[in-house]
Design a protein around this ligand. Structure first.
Ligand code: GDP
Length: 463
């Protein structure tokens, strides 16, 4: 257990009804006694010894100057029945930057240190109250933009993924125990290892569930992490107009991208419950201008990372070489062909695509006159949900889990092949053990410090 006592403002900055300062560590009680004065005068003669998990009403008073800083509610949650499993103190005061800052400063002067981002949750993990998948899910709850994302994140906070991994691990551990006993004490075990029954168990009770769990990332992560959609098309087809049209009603949060020049514009929105990260590319066209070229190269690399491309052309005007080049660029991507400016050429069926083009779902819209936008949204929804239809489970691993689950599954495949080929169990066990190592890393039994840093960096201070 870390011996320092940490403190932070736990509520968002700004003006609000209530702001909460949170303290965790062995000094929490001492801090409560030093800075809090109960309103109940009859109690003031006694040292303040708060009951755990009980709210007290009073004032925050500077012990140095005797000045009252604010009215407050205070609650002390004694270890281990607290978020971090340490003594945790929460002080509720009015939420204004000056009020909160003054109380925090006072607490820091009593010997607490300012908490790092995610440090409360990190302590909850290090002190064994939650495993790493649950700690990671806390940030998912906080950042969830849709109900579905929230549903998955809360299931994970409650331990859905942890329990699933634990049940697979227990099968793996049992198999290892059985085979190791037979290797170490062949005379005690009496019989030879029954490779056939171990193989069946390994495949059915460990490998398959593991593969299914890893596959749930592909099926479900879009609901949680969002669908990366990129609008690609030559200049003037109406990309910005479409962005604006989609954002008009659906904008959730504007996401500035730190550290990049704005060659492209990225916005978050929610379409029919699906979080979308929408990017407008810099006009994709041949240019000799080196600066423009850099922008175009960046756009190309973003296209590669996108889940869905909205390939835009302008109706009526014939397709040009530029359109064809962009079509070739998105060859391998899931795409919708969005023909804009339908208002200009409303009459007559759309011209057939060139023979060499692959089939793509196609929709005719007018970004300017708000036509066909609902049909486009419907197509986006269908594409986003297609893989998740089979995913009824709320357990959606994140990318870190998915890599480890895939590593674990690969190790079990290799173990199964080894058993089939009659490889000695000393060697097969190494594969089974490495599958278990991967699962241990998922839940954080073994985890490198720098990976922990990466995980908790994403948290805010105070969580
Ligand atoms: P971008 O260069 O692809 O981002 O294209 P813009 O969104 O800047 O649009 C280029 C021009 O086409 C602007 O003058 C828009 O007003 C116009 N435009 C965009 N969408 C439509 C549309 O649906 N119908 C018509 N008639 N004009 C449009």
């Amino acid at each position: 257990m870390d011996s320092t006592t940490i403190a932070a403002i736990a509520t968002p900055a700004g003006i609000g009804g209530i702001g909460i300062i949170r303290v965790s560590g062995t000094n929490a009680l001492h801090i409560a006694q030093a800075v809090f004065r109960r309103s109940d005068r009859s109690q003031r003669r006694h040292a303040f010894l708060p009951e755990s998990h009980r709210f007290y009403y009073g004032h925050i008073v500077s012990p140095e100057s005797g000045r009252v800083l604010d009215e407050a509610l205070l609650v002390l949650m004694m270890a281990p029945r607290s978020y971090t499993r340490e003594d945790v103190l929460e002080i509720h005061v009015h939420s204004g930057p000056a009020a909160l800052r003054a109380v925090l400063d006072l607490i820091l002067r009593q010997g607490a240190v300012l908490a790092a981002p995610g440090e409360f949750t990190r302590r909850a993990f290090l002190n064994g109250r939650i495993d790493l998948t649950q700690a990671e899910a806390v940030i998912d709850v906080i950042t969830a933009k849709t109900e579905r994302a929230l549903h998955s994140a809360t299931a994970q906070v409650q331990g859905a993924l942890k329990d699933h991994v634990a049940s697979i691990r227990s099968v793996i551990r049992e198999i290892l125990a059985e085979t190791e006993a037979a290797i170490d004490f062949p005379e005690d075990v009496g019989e030879e290892i029954d490779g056939r029954s171990i193989l069946v168990r390994l495949e059915q009770e460990a490998l398959r569930p593991l593969q299914a769990l890893a596959a749930q990332y592909d099926a479900g992560h879009i609901l949680r992490d969002g669908l990366k959609v990129i609008v690609a098309g030559k200049p003037n087809v109406g990309k910005s107009s479409l962005m604006n049209r989609l954002l008009e009603r659906d904008r959730a949060i504007v996401t500035p991208i730190p550290g990049t020049t704005r060659d492209f514009i990225e916005e978050s929105l929610v379409i029919r419950g699906i979080p979308i990260l929408l990017t407008d590319t810099a006009g994709l066209h041949a240019t000799a201008d080196p600066i423009e070229q850099i922008g175009i190269e960046r756009s190309v690399s973003r296209i590669e990372k996108a889940d869905l491309v909205l390939f835009m052309t302008a109706a009526g005007s014939p397709l040009t070489n530029e359109d064809k080049e962009i079509h070739d660029l998105i060859q391998s991507k899931t795409a919708i062909w969005v023909e804009n400016k339908s208002d200009l050429h409303a009459a007559g069926p759309a011209a057939p695509p060139p023979d060499t083009w692959r089939p793509m779902p196609r929709v005719s819209i007018s970004a300017l006159h708000d036509q066909g936008i609902d049909a486009l949204k419907q197509m986006i929804e269908t594409i986003a949900l297609a893989p998740s239809l089979a995913c009824e489970s709320a357990i959606i691993p994140n990318l870190r889990h998915q890599h480890l689950l895939a590593d674990g599954a690969a190790a079990l495949v290799s173990a199964a092949e080894g058993i089939q080929n009659g490889t000695p169990f000393e060697l097969v066990n190494m594969d089974i053990q490495s599958a278990d190592d991967a699962l241990r890393e998922v839940i954080g039994v073994t985890i490198r410090e720098d990976i922990l840093d990466q995980i908790f960096e994403r948290f805010c201070i105070g969580k």
